[in-house]
Design a binder for this molecule. Structure first.
Ligand code: AMP
Length: 358
């Protein structure tokens, strides 16, 4: 089975690492000459709207998937004429646009904090009247890792904020005073079967994920699964999807969905019976889904900007290193490590050792 992947970053790389033992081969289409997934498959170095190269990809693979949601909808529509694409264009259209996403949550009765569409500074001034301060202004598309958003604390900061984000379509959201951030990674098979991993507690710094720790029978697991299932079913989704939530007053408020394998699911490589990467591939190729059960206790730490000395990391016995082979750069995710231990005490002790190296 040959899989085409739009995007050749670390998510593509980890898909290939999971698919190789199943006999799968990979071709990545990515405009970056140094795409890190290229070490694990063929690489078509081309833009996402380059029809000639997209056609070349479609002709060589059995199906196509993608590793990031900012793929132009037109690219998916073009590819779909020649080869099955999972998840489909409908899911992308929703997930790449924060307004579409939040409107869908409302429609499906998924709890979400108040929001408003913003197309001008005047819209923003009016919306602040109803949403209040503090609030968060975000671009509707192309935002990631805290980019394309601004927290507005005072009336002074509201002035000119629309221009500061580039005068592009935005969404204004209530600033949520959350007690924690959690995410649920789930997979839906072509048959409609859904399996979810345990709810994960996430810690962000400057808008970038730093630490993910899967829970054990989290009290909000069932509520999160209900939200994810309604989205998966509504979109007739095939593959892995991640749903990020804020925890507020012992309940959930939806933040966003990612129509792909997700950073908060990297712990599943060592920490679950079948990883999110393998389950995504199983789902899109029509194979039976694997177990999402945990194997002991785990925690995943992202390496941002640089990877600590490998010989130090590997002295930590329960540490599993993933070095993406990317050039080091401030604010860039260049690797991660997962600690998997047999007890919570041991996990904390090993995690401390790991964090002392960062
Ligand atoms: P996002 O790109 O929407 O996931 O935002 C990145 C991070 O910014 C989130 O993980 C939160 O830590 C923070 N954030 C985003 N939206 C809000 C909000 N409405 N209220 C408070 N914090 C937020």
């Amino acid at each position: 089975m040959k899989i085409g992947v739009i995007g050749g970053g670390q998510l593509g790389r980890m898909l290939a690492l999971a698919g190789s033992p199943l006999g799968m081969q990979f071709i990545f289409l990515d405009p970056a000459a140094d795409a890190c997934a290229a070490a694990l498959g063929a690489h078509i170095c081309a833009d996402y709207n380059d029809h000639e190269h997209l056609r070349q990809l479609a002709d060589q693979v059995d199906l196509v998937t993608f590793e990031f949601e900012n793929v132009p909808a037109e690219t998916v529509a073009f590819l779909s004429q020649y080869v099955p694409v999972f998840p489909g264009a409908g899911a992308l259209r929703i997930a790449r646009d924060r307004l579409n996403e939040k409107t869908l949550f409302q429609k499906l009765n998924i709890p979400v904090a108040p929001f408003a569409a913003i197309d001008s500074q005047q819209d923003l001034d009016t919306a602040i009247g109803t949403i209040g301060l503090p609030a968060v202004l975000k671009t509707r598309t192309l935002g990631y890792d805290g980019k394309g958003q601004k927290v507005l604390h005072s009336v002074g900061e509201v002035k000119g904020a629309f221009a500061e984000l580039g005068s592009v379509p935005c969404i204004l959201e209530t600033f949520v005073n959350f007690t924690g951030e959690v995410s649920l990674v789930a997979v839906r098979a072509r048959s409609g079967e859904i399996r979810a991993y345990p709810l994960v507690h996430n810690v962000h710094e400057k808008g970038i994920l730093r630490l993910s720790v899967p829970g054990d029978n989290h009290p909000l697991q069932k509520a999160a699964e209900a939200c994810v299932s309604s989205v998966l079913e509504h979109l007739d989704y095939v593959g892995v999807l991640a749903f990020e939530f804020f925890e507020v007053d012992g309940g959930l408020r939806a933040n966003e969905i990612a129509p792909r394998v997700h950073n908060s699911g990297h712990w599943t490589i060592e920490g679950a019976e079948c990883s999110q990467f393998e389950n995504h591939l199983r789902a899109i190729t029509g194979l039976p889904l694997g177990s999402t059960a945990r194997l002991g206790e785990s925690a995943m730490v992202n390496f941002i900007g640089s990877v600590p000395a490998i010989e130090q990391l590997l002295l930590i016995e329960d540490c599993h290193l993933h070095h993406y082979g990317k050039a080091f750069k401030d604010g860039r995710k260049v690797g991660h490590a997962t600690i998997r231990s047999l007890s919570k005490e041991r996990l904390q002790q090993q995690l401390k050792l790991l964090q002392s190296l960062i």
